[in-house]
Design a protein around this ligand. Structure first.
Ligand code: ZN
Length: 306
């Protein structure tokens, strides 16, 4: 069971504030060049934050970092040019020690209804220190169905001092009623043309070719054995990006047009496939094995082989 509320309400102003160096590491992913447009968007809406914000796209650690950056922006002592990342509020948020920033973490285990219910008495109170209390659900696809329904009830009640943030790989992983209550911001992926060398691009081409024609993938295993986990993560990211493209007017990649005709339920399976294999990379499984398993799984779904 994931820890319900972190920090607990026992966190107090008397506790020592963590150092700025530690905070910098936490906010680093949110500060990356590729996410500048997202920071700008968030900055523009900070005066009137939506009650519910969904952060989808990119990878789980960038989403988590951006969600904390958003909480910092809403509560920083001098937020005009973005959160300062060095005031007491910014430092406490980074360290998980701010009593008004309530974190539910779905990264390790599913989020249960009992945990969500702990919010009920809190939301009626004024925040301790914050201008805006932030309730953050990391990887909210881990909300159980009962927990999600209980949360929907909570969202029906006005809570003007509170804003909710959900991070999720793709919005389809949440209940549609939860998505429709919020504002969705898509974090961009590392663009394919910015990949290191031509190697990943060529592997991504191989993957497209394999999905379309079902050949040549396993004959080129040697080239792929050179790929590291980051490269494989980017290739998986390209597939996640193709899933998101369906919501945008931008022109589709070949991969996007291959996935577009599939029914929602199959697209959801692809989203889960991306997440599972992205996680496998973090457990230091050989990256090329992960990519082969990913390609085979994707092929089965695209060609409806069960
Ligand atoms: Zn600050």
């Amino acid at each position: 069971m994931s820890k319900p509320l972190k920090p607990s309400s026992s966190a107090s102003a008397e506790q020592p504030v963590p150092g700025p160096e530690d905070a910098k590491k936490i906010y680093a992913a949110a500060l990356s060049e590729g996410l500048s447009s997202v920071r700008l968007q968030l900055h523009q809406i900070r005066q009137h934050p939506p009650q519910v914000l969904h952060l989808e796209g990119c990878d789980a650690s960038s989403r988590a970092s951006m969600a904390l950056w958003w909480a910092a922006l809403l509560n920083c002592a001098s937020p005009d040019a973005g959160p300062c990342l060095s005031c007491a509020s910014c430092l406490r948020i980074a360290a998980g020690m701010h009593p008004d920033i309530l974190v539910f973490d779905g990264r390790a285990a599913s989020i249960k209804i009992a945990e969500v219910r702990t919010l009920n008495p809190l939301l009626g109170e004024k925040p301790h220190f914050a201008r805006k209390r932030v309730v953050l659900f990391h990887e909210a696809q881990s909300l159980g169905i009962e927990a999600a329904n209980s949360l929907l009830k909570i969202l029906e009640e006005p809570s003007p001092d509170t804003t909710f943030v959900f991070t999720v790989p793709q919005r389809e992983r949440l209940l549609p009623t939860l998505v429709s209550r919020g504002w969705v911001i898509t974090l961009p992926w590392q663009p394919m043309d910015q990949m290191d060398g031509g190697e990943e691009r060529s592997v991504a081409d191989d993957l497209e070719n394999f999905l379309a024609h079902g050949k040549d993938w396993f004959g080129q295993a040697r080239q792929r054995s050179e790929l590291d986990a980051l490269s494989v993560q980017r290739i998986i990211g390209a597939v996640q990006k193709a899933l998101i493209e369906r919501h945008e007017d931008s022109c589709m990649t070949p991969l996007g047009s291959m996935l577009a005709p599939l029914p929602e339920e199959e697209l959801l399976r692809i989203s889960e496939l991306c997440q599972d294999h992205g996680e496998a990379l973090q457990y230091q499984v050989n990256p090329s094995y992960v990519l082969d398993a990913f390609a085979a799984g994707l092929y089965r779904i695209v060609h409806r082989l069960g």
